[in-house]
Design a protein around this ligand. Structure first.
Ligand code: NAD
Ligand code: ZN
Ligand code: ZN
Length: 393
């Protein structure tokens, strides 16, 4: 089959690889009909290279039609239309039963000290072949699948794999008080959808921060007050001005470790991509090459006693944090990969009863799988107004 594979920094290629097959009774094989590119894939494209091997198939935002199931899979059957969550989880262990499938004890990548395995996301997360391909082998398919109805286009449901539950969890963890204020830093697909969900759930004021004009414009269409990072010397001060001088009740960091604007971060970042893998890997894990620009802004912009919800992905172990400020402001901090299945029942009514979140028009580009390499480049450089790219194998 055809699949998009990682070959090096900023080098994704369309490869021909063996078709996947059922190897465990809990497996299913799904034929992909839509498979999206995520902001998280851009970390693979850049800083997470040391954890990738040449030929790794990437992608973790898929949907399609079940082709075949293993003998232990009874919840889905060939012919079913399914969305596949980005994390692989059993649904039966202690963690899954707590609503924490990101920590699934059946699929945890213990050799690396990490949580649940993810599709197409480095050896840290199990080096599981990803979904930007014609077919996907889905381990633990009895739980790692979401059956969706026939009728609406794929666009309606495909974001259940990642964007929707991720944004939902970001808003849930932000715990905005009724009618309160929320600042969302980063208006990529995750930040944009977090704004829409927060507005839908009754936030009084949502302020969105980014530096890409079309992303700011998209958020404004949903009633978000936007701030262009390039036009404000002190964004936190501007956010305080908009929130009675106190700062936002909650802040979502939807940028993660590749924030623009930190010169040291940029240097370390470039070093990590130029060093030999063995050295760069240690550096990423221990020293951290992270740019904490967005997180520092969140700490500054949140009001005293407020909540920061980190949904952007971070790595590294040794990043200095302003503990005095975090402690003195009494900031509540919540974070993590999205527990996809935990939120599906909350989100589904917003997909089957109209389209209040505007998912049908969310993708800016629909391209065939074989244009994947160009799609990565366009998305990373934020060219041609690319915000969300759906690949159609
Ligand atoms: N926790 C999870 O489960 C989960 C799931 C999906 C994505 N993510 C992470 O969420 C983050 C966003 O994902 P996305 O798909 O929206 O990606 P994206 O790269 O399209 O969006 C990031 C946005 O942040 C903006 N930005 C960069 N630096 C900024 C700064 N200093 N201040 C304000 N804005 C800035 C960029 O212009 C861009 O619009 C990524 O880190 C991704 O890895 C996490
Ligand atoms: Zn994703
Ligand atoms: Zn589990």
């Amino acid at each position: 089959m055809k699949a998009l594979a990682w070959h090096g920094k900023r080098d994704v290629r369309l490869d021909t690889v063996p078709d996947p097959s059922i190897s465990e009774p809990t497996d299913a094989i799904v034929r992909m009909t839509s498979t999206a590119i995520c902001g998280s894939d851009l970390h693979l494209y850049e800083v997470l290279g040391p954890f990738m091997a040449e030929g790794d198939v990437i992608g973790h935002e898929p949907m399609g039609i079940v082709e075949e199931v293993g003998s232990a899979v009874t919840s889905i059957a060939p012919g079913d239309r399914v969305v596949i969550p980005f994390q692989i989880a059993c649904g039966r262990c202690y963690m899954c039963r707590q609503g924490l499938p990101t920590q699934c004890e059946t699929t945890q990548v213990r050799e690396e000290g990490m949580g649940a395995a993810l599709f197409g996301y480095t050896k840290l997360y199990g080096q599981v072949p990803g979904a930007q391909a014609e077919y996907l082998r889905v381990p633990q398919a009895q739980f790692t699948s979401i059956k969706v109805p026939e009728g609406p286009p794929d666009d309606r449901f495909v974001y259940l794999s990642d964007v929707l539950p991720t944004a939902w969890q970001a808003v849930e963890y932000a715990a905005v008080p009724d009618g309160g204020s929320l600042a969302v830093i980063g208006l990529g697909p995750i930040g944009d959808m977090s704004c829409r969900i927060a507005m839908h759930r009754g936030a009084g004021k949502v302020i969105g921060v980014d530096l890409v004009p079309e992303r700011l414009a998209r958020a404004r269409r949903y009633g978000v007050e936007t701030l262009d990072l390039r036009e404000h010397d002190d964004v936190a001060e501007t956010i305080r001005d908009l929130t009675d001088g106190r700062g936002a009740d909650a802040v979502i960091d939807a940028v993660g470790m590749e924030a623009h604007g930190s010169p040291f971060g940029k240097l370390a970042h470039t070093m990590a991509t130029l060093l030999p893998d063995s050295v760069a890997e240690k550096m990423m894990e221990r020293a951290g090459v992270d740019r904490l620009g967005a997180f520092h802004l969140a700490i500054d912009a949140v009001r005293r006693g407020g909540t920061i919800s980190l949904i952007g992905v971070y790595g590294g172990m040794a990043d200095p944090l302003p503990m005095l400020t975090l402690f003195d402001k009494q900031i509540q901090l919540r974070m993590g990969q999205a527990n996809v299945k935990r939120w599906v029942d909350d989100i589904m009514p917003l997909l089957t009863d109209g389209d209040p979140l505007g998912v049908d028009g969310f993708a800016t580009h629909r391209l065939p799988l074989d244009q994947g390499p160009q799609a990565y480049e366009m998305f990373q450089k934020k060219e041609e107004g690319a915000v969300k790219v759906l690949l159609q194998p």
